[in-house]
Design a protein around this ligand. Structure first.
Ligand code: AMP
Length: 399
């Protein structure tokens, strides 16, 4: 049974075809520069052979069409008939308050996704375009929406209501939604499998540290709080995003520093975080190298990143009345032993102890805590595509 996973960005489209019986990725690829004259599709089949198609894919429908043609290609493709695709799982960033689970897409769901555009004006429109294009090209194939926000819909009110005028929540839906839910759910479930324990009896803190980064407190298998907020700009410091700052800074930038609202938003989203502090890079490989070479601001950027993560972990341990396991995942979490060690430095008061030997790991599932550590610490590579495919199957099995 094959499931196609689609993740549409504003000018890009990522896909994977997954054979669900074995969880094998049959092929994967990326279409970039959709809408421009020099669009390109890069397709990889299971033996890692690359196939590149250059062209002009004017919109997402043309991009999906070329993806389907490639899947069917005699030489580079992996299927003979489009009907071999059992269902399509779409990553959708924002499901608002309505969706706490993945859902079969029909006209009513599409209508609601359109309503959510105001909450995610950059992300939801390309997600919707991708869904509509797939529906047109594969009218008989079920389409499932898997939301980044859904996992966090279990947060209690005291975690998601902001201390601002309550009417702003009622009228405009201004509240914490949280993101990266698919990843936090995947790694916490994987932890349960690895430990052979039911995560319904556990207190877990999941640290998704990539270009975008968020931390999630998971109690009894449910998200009870997460660091991103109304938008993915909130929380810990990130590659280029500021994370939590005094909200008056936004108005100060506009009123005193001469920024337009767009420039202020651009600054906080794209020129802040570790890039903004260091002036070097948003990439942790560059920052770690620079800091080692003595660059003071690169070191400061890293120290701020670790400091905020440490504080967030401690806060979530307090909210849950303890912590049984901490998970590191995504680009930085999976690859940077320095980050993992530095974030947990001095946290033995919570019973957290890292083993340097085990921590010297990259991109595989490993327990990195010492034998006598009261809190188990794990590196667990995330796999959002597989999670989307699993959710897609689950929705269809429950219809
Ligand atoms: P993601 O958004 O999950 O793809 O993560 C991308 C980020 O992971 C990059 O910007 C890097 O900062 C980080 N990263 C990837 N590999 C390494 C590595 N070997 N050491 C440190 N950071 C890494």
């Amino acid at each position: 049974m094959k499931i196609l996973v689609i993740n549409c960005g504003s000018s890009s489209l990522k896909y994977q075809l997954i054979e669900m019986n074995t969880e094998e990725v049959m092929c994967q690829g990326l279409v970039e520069r959709i809408g421009l004259a020099d669009s390109v599709l890069t397709h990889k089949n299971p033996i890692g052979k690359k196939y590149v198609v250059n062209g002009k894919f004017t919109n997402h429908k043309e991009a999906i069409n070329i993806v389907l043609e490639t899947l069917l290609d005699k030489k580079y493709g992996v299927i003979q008939d489009i009907n071999e695709i059992y269902a399509v799982g779409h990553r959708v960033v924002h499901g608002g308050e309505k969706y706490s689970n993945s859902v079969l897409i029909d006209d009513e769901v599409l209508c609601h996704l359109e309503e959510c555009i105001k909450l995610a004006p950059i992300h939801n429109p390309p997600n919707i375009t991708g869904i509509k294009a797939c529906k047109e090209l594969m009218p008989n194939t079920p389409m499932i929406a898997v939301f980044d926000t859904a996992f966090h819909q279990t947060m209690p009110q005291e975690a998601y209501i902001y201390p601002i005028e309550y009417s702003l929540y009622e009228k405009y839906g201004i509240r914490k939604y949280g993101f990266h839910g698919t990843s936090h759910k995947y790694v916490s479930q994987k932890l349960g499998e690895v430990l052979n324990r039911d995560i319904k009896d556990m207190k877990i803190i999941s640290c998704h540290l990539g270009n975008g980064a968020s931390i999630c407190a998971i109690k009894d298998g449910k998200s009870i709080d997460t660091s991103m907020g109304f938008t993915p700009l909130a929380g810990i410091a990130m590659g280029t995003r500021c994370g939590n700052i005094d909200p008056s800074i936004s108005t100060f930038l506009i009123e005193e520093c001469g920024y337009t609202p767009e420039e202020a938003s651009d600054s906080l989203n794209k020129k802040s975080g570790v890039l903004g502090i260091s002036g070097v890079s948003s990439d942790f490989r560059d920052l770690e190298k620079s800091a080692l070479e003595g660059n003071r601001r690169a070191k400061l950027a890293l120290d701020i990143f670790y400091y905020r993560i440490r504080g967030q972990i401690a806060a979530y341990a307090a909210h849950m009345g303890g912590v049984d396991a901490i998970i590191f995942t995504a680009g930085i979490g999976e690859n940077s032993s320095i980050t993992r060690k530095s974030c947990l430095e001095g946290m033995d008061f919570l019973g957290i102890k890292i083993d340097d030997k085990w921590n010297d790991v990259r991109g595989e599932i490993v327990e990195i805590s010492t034998e006598d550590s009261q809190v188990k610490v794990f590196v667990i590579p995330t796999n959002e595509e597989l999670m989307i495919a699993n959710e897609t199957l689950e929705v269809l099995n429950n219809i």
